[in-house]
Design a protein around this ligand. Sequence first.
Ligand code: LIP
Length: 264
Amino acid sequence: MTADPGELLSLAVAAATAAGRLLVDERPRDLGVGTKSTPTDVVTVMDRRAERLLVERLQAARPDDGFLGEEGTQAVGGSGVRWVLDPIDGTVNYLYDLPGWAVSVAAEVDGEVAVGVVHVPTYGETFAAVRGGGATRNGVPVHVSTCEQLSQALVATGFGYAAARRARQARVLAEVLPRVRDVRRFGAASVDLCAVACGRVDGYYERGLKPWDLAAGGLVAQEAGALVAGLRGAPASEELVLAASRTLFPALHDLLDPLAPDRD
Ligand code: LIP
């Protein structure tokens, strides 16, 4: 089955929007909560229901595609397309009924992210990107900020679920905070990356992102003009993701590098 980016984008937007409706309309008052890697790494019944909805819709349209989902969906497929899914990015926000959680849907074609959609129901915003085709928010093009000075930069970050890693991340943050305008911690990587894309923040860094946290938002940020990478020429990965305009990226990189934010 061929992989037309326009078709993949339409499928991703429709699936993410449907999952967003489910998550908003059917959120139970007493949300059943389980834990994963640590007692604070939570998963709810709605994470699983939303991932099931995403897979069912996408599989119905493209039965030969592969899947990788945060809540356990894994399928190889034979079409060259693999869907990378985070049914609720920002699960703690969702659990506490806070805004800023997202449904993140990306399509890889032959191993490279080609399409990304980050749907943020509580903001009424859907970010989308096709590789080489730019990035949009609700259909309107978005671009990274023009901030050139680190001391004027608003920087987003996030923290892991393991206490030892959080302690290390706090030490890095203590060095970053006095050198930038301010820091924000919104609680969902895909939303942080889209915030870079539309200039809502000037930069973002975080250690520990999984493929489903990074795939869609990373493409949106790149297509909006951001450099999304690791340290010292490495690609963005679970070790570290750093995203900022090409103007600001070097200064933010050189602030972070000596702090070893890519190590526990
Ligand atoms: C979240 C990430 C976020 C990170 C949170 C959490 P989840 O993903 O998107 O960047 O700081 O600790 O890991 O677990 O809500 O899907």
